[in-house]
Ligand binder design. Structure first.
Ligand code: 5RP
Length: 228
């Protein structure tokens, strides 16, 4: 059976040129991309690579990539990442991994931000099947919760809790995380700004108008999609 995440990763390799500085996000499609690059030592050794994901960084380090911390990269040729879902304008929700702050930082530094995944990620519109994740300062917990309730009445605010200890899930940046569940998904352009403007919120997981291209694979083969 065709693994569509792997097929999308194969297509992604074809748009990478020797000598480029590449950013990789998290997830299975990205892990395939790292594996495929490692199978081409000449290309791999020519690349400078960084990642928003600790898990991907461990993988890249083990495979012998030239890995540079994001703190020392000001510009990327291409940033590749998966997502939960994206629409025709390539607005993407990237809530699942809880690392959207670093993902957005690297996406913003890239000449090209390319979404990768199976065809199921592409939907006509963002919808309530996926929440919006927020990363916020621990001190802002109840203020942010109140503000979200005022701006979006009827939404469910679910703080992410640790499965390993009794307490909050703490992000890679030492902050807290929560998911906002909507009954009707708000207009992405307004949601993007309204949530970003709440003091105490470091970043949210809607990547509005950021992606330049998506590469997906499904029953009809590989598709390259550009924002409408
Ligand atoms: O952004 C993400 C989560 O928020 C991940 O990149 C995404 O979930 C990975 O997807 P996959 O494992 O299907 O490649």
């Amino acid at each position: 059976m065709t693994d569509h995440k792997q097929e999308a990763a194969k297509a992604a390799v074809s748009i990478i040129n020797a000598g480029q500085t590449i950013g990789l996000g998290g997830g299975k499609t990205i892990a395939y991309l790292a594996e495929l690059l490692a199978e081409n030592p000449q290309l791999m050794q020519s690349l400078t690579v960084t990642s928003s994901s600790f898990e991907t960084s461990v993988l890249l380090h083990a495979q012998g990539f030239r890995l540079v911390a994001p703190s020392f990269i000001s510009r990327l040729d291409i940033y590749f990442d998966g997502c939960d879902v994206f629409d025709g304008a390539l607005n993407a929700l990237k809530s699942g991994g809880g690392i959207h702050t670093m993902e957005k930082l690297l996406a913003s530094a890239a000449d090209r931000f390319v979404l990768l995944g199976d065809a199921g990620k592409f939907q006509a519109a963002l919808n309530p099947a996926f929440p919006l994740a927020i990363e916020f300062l621990p001190q802002a917990l109840t203020i942010v919760k109140r503000r979200i309730g005022e701006l979006f009445p009827g939404t469910r605010f679910v703080q992410r809790m640790s499965s390993e200890k009794n307490g909050a899930l703490i992000s890679d940046n030492g902050n807290m995380l929560a998911d906002i569940h909507f009954d009707t998904f708000p207009a992405p352009d307004q949601l993007n700004i309204q949530v970003k403007m709440i003091p105490g919120i470091v970043e949210h997981s809607l990547f509005y108008g950021m992606a330049h291209q998506a590469i997906i694979s499904g029953a009809d083969g590989v598709r390259h999609i550009y924002p409408v």
